[in-house]
Design a protein. Structure first.
Length: 542
């Protein structure tokens, strides 16, 4: 017999006194005496339920209140313009016998709090004629993520489920200008968020926060400036030194002074510019951390800028970053709210990397590669365990195969094309650079173009990459993965077997269909399960 264990973490955010009628009345104690029922502070607790009844090794009960167990859909999303998305959604239905949980439903908060689901099998004890519960450690994780605000019904309540990436739906915390003058900004920037620079960026526009004293802010943490441009010309404004207080004395004409600390980086000009001021710079974090690789940069932003609890970072993250971590960076000027998901999409855009929510509730980067014959076989699927196999369609931007990939690098954050906005002494190379948002590394297959009447032709992919060599390597990898006929199948397998798969796992499949009759290797890119169905549908890209 299969059993599912459900653990729901909750916040108790107000005092709940079960015996209000028993409280003593007025004049029952001296004035000013401490109450026997002090105001409760916020606390956490965990609800534990099961679908078939369970008692753990330490005698913790899991009452059989689960009406309908986990229904779950997980998938990696692939399209030419959005390589590497992922999502997980699901739901649970739990009974409310005789209204026993009604008070709890009204007094607790579960929105975006952890939910853990495990599964195991009970053994039949023939001698004593009962089903014996498995040890807790013998159960396997099925899902770990977040619950959304539960919805009470007549006989129970439903708990919508989200994966750990939904921590990132909220806006990235930032400081705002108050308009009080000095580094707090003037009236022109009141309410605007401070700019944020992470990693290496080209031709960014700092924020003018004091138009009278010509003070600009570059980032909300320390940053290093490589070049200052006026109208694209980099030789007109000289560095006047670092100071502790920009307002102590103005810079000399034609110079700029720099003030930076963990709270931000500012510069002040000694001469009012005629043309727009832009910079090449590298930003650090308020903690002083200065990773250069995009995966290391994203990990630090998740923890430090987005305040994601560190235990949501998978232990395997650093191993992936050690094998692939190209340098780059991005600049957010504070003009609009940016969500954590937006940060992830920006830094991973075009890299073919997905941020996968694992079954244990952590986030791990997955680098999509073509599965070749030398790949490790993690699981074997044959016709005797496959209940059903059906074809699925790839996104139209990937099927038919693309005949070329253009991967951008060295993104230009301030596009300048009007001649009247350019300094007369600007170099030809700089003029050409700032005229385009991205440069591109190219992969082309004349074979694909000739074999298919209308092959796909994805647009140029804007990335956070800094170097051409990294963009060229990614273009080659994308061509290797997608520049050929790919199959996507929905495969029904026993539910217990499916819990052993993670998104991104490599499998070997043999089935009596074209493309797999002699065996083929593929990648698990999706999963769909229904609590009432004994099978789980895996999506396989071969």
């Amino acid at each position: 017999m299969r059993v599912q264990l459900v653990e729901l973490d909750l916040i108790r955010n107000k005092a709940v006194l079960p015996e209000m009628a028993g409280l003593e009345g007025w004049n029952s104690r001296p004035w000013g005496a401490l109450s026997a029922y002090p105001q409760a502070v916020e606390s956490y607790e965990t609800l534990r339920y099961s679908d078939a009844g369970y008692v753990s090794d330490d005698h913790t009960p899991y009452p059989p209140y689960v009406i309908q167990g986990l229904s779950l859909t997980r998938a990696l999303t692939f399209s030419a313009e959005a390589l590497g998305g992922s999502y997980s959604v699901g739901a649970l239905e739990i009974a409310n016998p005789d209204g026993a949980l009604s008070g709890l439903l009204q007094s607790r908060v579960n929105d975006h709090l952890p939910v853990r689901i495990r599964a195991g099998r009970k053994d039949w004890d023939a001698a004593r004629q009962f089903w014996r519960d498995p040890p807790y450690d013998a159960t396997s994780p099925v899902f770990a993520g977040l619950g959304r605000n539960w919805q009470p019904g007549l006989t129970g309540f439903e708990v919508p489920l989200l994966d750990a990436t939904y921590w990132l739906d909220t806006a990235m915390p930032t400081r705002s200008y108050g308009g009080g003058g000095g580094l707090d900004g003037d009236k022109n920037v009141v309410g605007r968020s401070h700019p944020r620079l992470r990693g290496m960026c080209r031709n960014i526009t700092p924020i003018l926060i004091d138009a009278v004293n010509l003070v600009y802010q570059l980032s909300d943490a320390e940053a290093d400036i490589m070049a200052v441009y006026e109208g694209g010309f980099g030789g007109g404004i000289a560095f006047g030194g670092r100071v502790d207080d920009l307002y102590a004395s103005p810079p000399a004409p034609g110079h700029y002074t720099l003030q930076h600390s963990p709270a931000g980086t500012w510069l002040r000009l000694g001469t009012k510019p005629v043309y727009a001021i832009t910079l090449d710079a590298t930003g650090r974090f308020p903690s002083g951390a200065a990773p250069h690789g995009l995966l290391s940069l994203l990990k630090q932003m998740l923890i430090e800028d987005l305040t994601l609890p560190a235990n949501f970072i998978d232990p395997g993250w650093d191993a992936v970053a050690a094998s692939y971590d190209p340098p780059g960076g991005w600049y957010w000027d504070g003009g609009e709210n940016v969500s954590g998901r937006g940060v992830c999409n920006t830094l991973l855009s075009g890299l073919g990397i997905s941020l996968i929510p694992t079954r244990t509730g952590t986030l791990r980067p997955f680098l999509m590669r073509r599965v070749c014959d030398e790949a490790q076989e993690l699981r074997y699927l044959s016709a005797d365990v496959i209940a059903r196999i059906a074809p699925m369609r790839l996104d139209a931007s990937l099927d038919p195969p693309p005949w070329r990939w253009r991967v951008g690098y060295a993104h230009n954050f301030t596009r300048q094309t009007h001649l009247n906005d350019l300094h007369p002494q600007i170099t030809a190379d700089q003029r050409n650079f700032i005229a385009e948002s991205d440069r591109a590394a190219l992969w082309v297959s004349t074979t694909v173009k000739s074999d298919w009447r209308v092959p796909s032709d994805p647009p140029l992919l804007t990335t956070a990459l800094a170097q051409e060599s990294d963009a060229a390597a990614i273009a080659d990898r994308l061509g290797d993965v997608w520049g050929r006929r790919r199959h996507m199948w929905a495969i029904d397998v026993p539910r217990d077997m499916a819990t052993g798969f993670e998104l991104g796992d490599t499998v070997f499949i043999r089935a009596p269909i074209p493309g797999a009759d002699d065996g083929a290797r593929g990648t698990v890119i999706g999963e769909m399960s229904n609590a009432a169905d004994p099978t789980t549908t895996l999506t396989l890209l071969v």
